[in-house]
Design a protein around this ligand. Structure first.
Ligand code: FUC
Length: 792
């Protein structure tokens, strides 16, 4: 087989660089109040999923904060077992019609049995993303530490440990620098000659450690599975004063004033020799004094992080408490408005730390994984999870952090073309419910989860979202072939259901089951509603794109004609949006996936004002799911928050946000599936934004679902579709002022919060002409201008 370039490398060449609308200058003071953006603890992390994450998109570290020993668990985002493989199943195509026939005939069990044998990829499993290893530090210290504190400052992206011991104040700072591509650890004391430590690097398997000199430790190896990817992590030890020594397993420093350790790591995934890459990073970083490394890191992080401020009201006494104690209070039903805001900003922090341009996208655990066999391989699940990771990217003013997802999508095109042809005899490209960094697009796992052909079609809608927020036409032009190719697949693949409707299938409503009249339980189905909604969304965006770009009119006509034949949304016997074409009973009515509401969120096919009847049915769907115990995974709960926000039910949105914090959040504020899974963090962050600002229904809606608990607050820098940055202030539950910074010239419909009206809009000291109709105002905004909105 010809050597295939790593997926990410190919992808970057095709889609990058992606220009981003520059962040405008902050309007309010950007320096956050001390402590407001800090997670902190009175004791070291007792276990891995309580430790504090740092990351630069590619390198990750988990900081435990021990006094006598520190463990910093390390990750490099491309350390995946496996490699490019032929996993398409040449038998699948020949059995496609029979599986469909059985499903149309109401025989789902036989269909699933046949699909299990003939329709799935071979093999149908992925190899895991793995831990890189651990940096271990040991300190020669006796006695009981006083005044201990472990913290993560989201504003500087620095984890810090400090304590007093034997009259000496020790501080430890850890950060992962994107500009310098090293993870930096600095240990200092407030008295000279007090820092003594030993340092080592290890990994449970496939690696060996060499203490090259007292100043250099190497960990190098090759993964035993897959293509045997090679990797290296190295530490450089720089002591200020003191004595250095090397032992077979560790480097030692005795009596230094301070010690800086720099960790660089690389794998062969991106091409090049990991050793040489590491060498380059360490050499360059060692030329900078610690203060420079730190200042460059902080500036780089703040360029992204400080684009958005959020204040949701005072925390009362809670603000002075450690984060784990604050969370305990929320579990007891108390409110902590500061924690509400902190969780939102933590999601933005985590996205910056795990998804930088040119790197791999955030996986099920973002970037952080301490295991060789993580849950679900710490892979990319395309049936909600990886998409949820990116829900806060655009609205949260981190559009460039979205780019790795586009690269992943690009990497699926070539293999997905083959899968489309081999499995379905179709053109275009397809991906199913899981993928990795090697371009896996075959149906993976079991039919119940894996025989689901709309993974890529959903991902493609992220390209449209990126355009819709930023209005970068050049980006849209690059996205068009991807949208077109994803659409081509469905033009070939959709099948007539005998009633003139075109449906997907064999497919699933992600991971859910239904019951036919005979009592038989089905997993596979023809035309599950989510598929139809995804295809409709894809076609609608593709139609719009071809119009905007003025390209491919004949193809557009085909999409328009085919879209007409998609099944319409149906309301079932419980008043719910039907999950399948038929109104089946469900064995698990509280199922964690609420796929049939894709059209409500993240889609925009169901809206409160555009489709009121469907919006009522969406409400009934949610209520039924929740009555039966829905929302029990963190990501499911987070999604529910956004659903309620879209239905403009502020109190329900807030209730579910509190449930996310109380039931599905670890002391380090990581989301729990359980176990730890990062999607809920990102979903919760997106949910908060959705409560404060919406722009999916052709209008910018200020405070669409503001809960009573957040009576007074303000945000700065959220983005709305149409190239606008938005600030809003409110008091006693009423918007008092808003600012719009337009990056493109466009007419906007602006909707005031419920019960309010837009009083006027000023630009450069003059009043803007407004067409006001009730709570709606229409205004033409010009690129580069700042508009001040007042409300009544
Ligand atoms: C989906 C979900 C599971 C889990 C897994 C990683 O398949 O149904 O709950 O989140 O992804």
């Amino acid at each position: 087989m010809a050597r295939r370039l790593p997926a990410a490398v190919v992808a970057v060449a095709v889609l990058a660089p992606i220009p981003i609308v520059p962040a405008s200058r902050p309007t309010a003071a950007a320096t956050p109040a001390a402590g407001e953006l800090t997670l902190w603890y009175r004791r070291p992390a007792p276990q891995w999923d309580h430790a504090l994450p740092v990351g630069n998109g590619r390198l990750g570290g988990m900081v435990f904060g021990g006094v006598r020993s520190e463990r910093i668990q390390l990750n490099e985002d491309s350390l995946w077992v496996g490699g490019p493989r032929e996993t398409d199943n040449p038998e699948a195509r020949a059995h496609l019609d029979e599986v469909r026939r059985l499903l149309f005939a109401g025989r789902p069990r036989e269909a699933a049995a046949l699909a299990e044998k003939k329709s799935m990829g071979r093999p149908n499993r992925l190899d895991p993303y793995q831990t890189l290893g651990d940096l271990r530090l040991a300190f020669e210290q006796e006695g009981t530490p006083e005044d201990y504190r472990l913290e993560l400052d989201l504003d500087t992206a620095i984890a810090r440990v400090s304590y007093r011991l034997g009259g000496v104040r020790y501080t430890r700072e850890v950060f992962a620098s994107a500009p310098d591509q090293v993870l930096v650890v600095r240990i200092a004391a407030d008295r000279p000659g007090q820092v003594s430590l030993s340092a080592g690097l290890d990994r449970a398997q496939d690696a060996r450690t060499e203490v090259v000199s007292p100043e250099r430790i190497d960990l190098s190896g090759a993964l035993s599975g897959g293509r045997g990817m090679s990797f290296q992590a190295s530490v450089r030890v720089l002591a200020e004063g003191g004595r250095l020594d090397a032992f077979p397993e560790r480097a030692e420093v005795e009596g230094a004033d301070a010690v800086t350790l720099m960790v660089a790591a690389a794998t062969s995934y991106r091409g090049g020799d990991p050793r040489a890459i590491v060498e380059g990073h360490l050499l360059a970083a060692a030329r900078k004094p610690y203060d420079r490394l730190r200042a460059d890191h902080v500036a780089d992080h703040q360029r992204l992080f400080r684009r958005v401020d959020l204040h949701l009201g005072p925390s009362g006494g809670a603000a002075a408490l450690p984060t784990d104690e604050r969370l305990e209070r929320v579990k007891r039903g108390e409110r902590d408005l500061g924690l509400d805001a902190l969780y939102f900003q933590y999601g933005r922090y985590l996205l910056i730390a795990s998804s930088r341009p040119g790197d791999l996208p955030a996986n099920l655990q973002g970037l952080w994984n301490d295991s060789l066999h993580p849950p679900w391989d710490s892979d990319y699940h395309l049936n909600i999870n990886v998409q949820m990771n990116y829900w806060p990217a655009e609205v949260g003013n981190l559009a460039e952090c979205h780019e790795p997802l586009f690269d992943l999508l690009e990497s699926l095109r070539a293999p997905g073309r083959k899968t489309a042809r081999i499995h379905y005899g179709a053109g275009g490209f397809v991906a199913h419910h899981i993928t990795d960094v090697w371009g896996f697009t075959s149906p993976g796992d079991r039919p119940r989860s894996g025989l689901w052909p709309t993974g890529a079609a959903w991902l493609v809608q992220h390209l449209w979202e990126h355009y819709d927020f930023g209005r970068d036409r050049a980006f849209l032009a690059r996205a068009w072939p991807v949208m077109k190719e994803a659409s081509e697949f469905f033009l070939d693949y959709l099948v007539d259901d005998g009633k003139g409707r075109l449906v997907t299938g064999p497919s699933v409503s992600p991971e859910n089951r239904y019951q036919v009249a005979s009592g038989e339980v089905g997993v596979l189905a023809m035309g599950p509603s989510m598929d139809t909604q995804i295809v409709r969304g894809l076609f609608t965006q593709a139609i719009r794109t071809s119009e905007l770009l003025g390209v491919d009119a004949p193809f557009r006509a085909r999409l328009l004609a085919t879209r007409e034949k998609l099944p319409v949304e149906r309301i079932g016997r419980h008043g719910q949006i039907q999950e399948w074409v038929l109104d089946y009973e469900e064995p698990e009515p509280g199922h964690r996936h609420i796929s049939q509401l894709f059209a409500l969120h993240p889609g925009d096919q169901i809206t409160v004002r555009g489709t009121p009847e469907l919006a009522r049915a969406a409400r009934a769907t949610l209520e039924r799911r929740l009555r039966h115990g829905g929302g029990h995974t963190g990501w499911s709960r987070a999604w529910i928050m956004s659903f309620w926000a879209r239905l403009e039910d502020a109190e329900k949105a807030y209730e579910n946000y509190q449930a996310l914090l109380a039931r599905s959040t670890l002391p380090n504020l990581w989301d729990l599936h359980p176990p730890f899974q990062i999607d809920g963090n990102f979903g919760g962050t997106a949910g908060v934004a959705e409560v404060l600002l919406q722009s999916h229904a052709g209008e910018i809606h200020f405070l669409p679902a503001l809960p009573r608990a957040w009576a007074e607050g303000r945000f700065r820098g959220l983005r709305a579709r149409g190239g606008v940055e938005v600030d809003v202030e409110w008091k006693a539950g009423k918007a008092t002022a808003a600012v719009l910074r337009a990056h493109v010239t466009e007419r906007h419909r602006l909707r005031a919060p419920a019960g309010q009206r837009i009083a006027e809009i000023q630009v450069g000291g003059r009043r803007l002409d407004l067409a006001v109709d009730g709570d709606l105002a229409v205004a033409a905004l010009a690129a580069g201008q700042t508009y001040e909105v007042t409300f009544r």
